[in-house]
Ligand binder design. Structure first.
Ligand SMILES: *Cc1c(COP(=O)(O)O)cnc(C)c1O
Length: 468
């Protein structure tokens, strides 16, 4: 399998090189040259197999000959052995024909683990084979950072630096990043928003000298392997509910468009997905894009679902690439114009295509609190604020009640105890492996919202390690 950049100017690479590159050299994102398909009987056969086996079958075509079969199988088995539920991604019924897919059974209790644990193992394997090392820099609105740290800690060939917005993540999220005592883990609190952190990350990638010098790579969902790891649970959930003999819909709490884009990939691979409900909080740039046909950047509004407090959704570019007929130069043009003007207008035909693929939905903080409270009353299920938006979206935006609706639960409620307490009066209990998180010692640096300062801090940390 070969990978091309959405901006058409970067070298075409194999899976391992796309993995190590993170962002493509022309500023674009890597996507597979074509979509492999799973036949109907292959989808049917996913029902009832262990999650790791399903993950192997769904993702194998994308890896090509970068990794031998037996090795790749062992990587997958090892990846999902660390999850704390026998089903890995269990389905729970909420209402007639409405289901919750719990994606919080990994080490950091958010859905990011499902792909990030795989990514850490893939990096470890490919770097070991090549005898190389890398510096990973990640930007996080809260959950990517801890997932990346858990996946990369104590690995000799990797240093991991996480940029997160100072005072804009929950205490549990922060502590998951700042209390890991590994010499290769570095948490940087940036005085800015998540969009600032993500822009800074892109600036680091676009500085070729810095990029080559520190052997920079990324674990944000700009990295194709992140998307790949997320495609699996769409197949697993749908097959359990009768796909391919029955269509299934999904509602996805959305920020950076990574998770829901993985649902789009599953559909391109032949999964009969009826609706993809794109559920946002008050940072509704994507649901507004679907409503108006124009993507218009706004200010980030802090919300009770901070992992979705995003205005510039980087993965939208991957979908745009397909919308524009896989013409990299047109994508490059439109993205450059968006960077300049903060606006990207879809031509009417393309807008129609986008709304045929995604149904927009928006819920503000007050609605989120209400949904958490109502859900507890209706089902006994305690939802985190992100998952609550997905559940409300799945119920409100579904077009056909006879099609099973699966709302993705993207985080465990204990990750956002303040919102849950506000809604229900209860403080959700952390799983045992995290029970001591409030008493662990924290370690982080506060940095100015300034690329030069971040570069200097990264170089200083790497130099310290060389001396030590
Ligand atoms: C990251 C995250 C999201 C948003 O996912 P995207 O792939 O960025 O759209 C939603 N909920 C939680 C809990 C998250 O951590």
């Amino acid at each position: 399998m070969r990978y091309v950049s959405t901006r058409g100017q970067a070298p075409v690479v194999d899976f391992a090189d796309a993995l190590l590159a993170g962002l493509a050299r022309d500023g674009g994102l890597y996507v597979p040259e074509s979509w492999p398909a799973l036949a109907a009987d292959e989808i049917r056969a996913l029902s009832g197999v262990p999650y790791a086996e399903a993950a192997y079958r769904v993702t194998r075509p994308f890896v090509g000959d970068s990794i031998p079969d037996a090795t790749y199988r062992a990587i997958i088995e090892d990846t999902y052995a660390r999850f704390d539920h026998a089903a890995t991604a269990p389905l729970v019924q909420l209402a007639p024909n409405h289901w919750l897919l719990e994606l919080f059974h990994g080490p950091t209790i958010a859905f990011k683990d499902y792909a990030m644990q795989l990514l850490g193992n893939l990096f470890n394997h490919v770097l070991g084979e090549r005898g190389e090392r890398v510096t990973i820099v990640g930007a996080t609105s809260g959950d990517t950072g801890s997932a990346a740290i858990e996946a990369c800690k104590d690995r000799d060939a990797i240093d991991v630096f996480i940029l997160y917005p100072h005072n804009r993540v929950s205490e549990v999220q922060r502590r998951q990043m700042t209390t890991v005592a590994s010499a290769n883990v570095h948490a940087f609190a940036v005085e800015g928003t998540f969009d600032d952190c993500q822009a800074m990350l892109k600036a680091l990638f676009n500085d070729a000298a810095f990029r080559d010098d520190v052997r920079l790579t990324g674990v944000n969902s700009i990295n194709w392997a992140r998307i790949l790891g997320q495609v699996v649970y769409y197949f697993v959930g749908a097959a359990a509910l009768g796909a391919p003999d029955r269509k299934v819909s999904f509602a996805v709490p959305t920020g950076n468009f990574g998770n829901i884009y993985a649902g789009y990939v599953a559909r391109r691979m032949g999964l009969p997905v009826s609706q993809l409900v794109l559920a946002t909080n008050a940072n509704d740039i994507l649901s507004r894009t679907l409503a108006t046909g124009t993507m218009k950047r706004g200010e980030v509004i802090p919300s009770l679902s901070p992992s979705m407090d995003i205005q510039v959704a980087s993965n939208f570019e991957r979908f745009l690439f397909d919308l524009l007929g896989r013409d990299g130069s047109r994508v490059a043009q439109q993205m450059a114009a968006f960077a300049d003007t903060g606006e990207l207008a879809l031509a009417p035909g393309l807008w129609r295509e986008a709304t045929a693929m995604f149904t927009g939905y928006r819920l503000d903080d007050a609605g989120t609190i209400e949904e958490i409270r109502d859900s507890l009353a209706r089902t006994g299920q305690v939802l985190d604020p992100h998952s609550a938006i997905g559940v409300a979206g799945g119920r409100a935006a579904r077009a056909d009640a006879s099609v099973p609706m699966v709302s993705l639960a993207t985080a465990h409620p204990a990750k956002f105890p303040d919102a849950v307490k506000q809604a229900t009066g209860r403080i959700p209990e952390l799983p045992p492996h995290m029970a001591d998180i409030y008493s662990r010692k924290e370690r982080f640096d506060v940095l100015k919202n300034d690329v030069a300062a971040v570069k200097a801090a990264i170089r200083a940390r790497l130099a310290q390690k060389v001396q030590a």
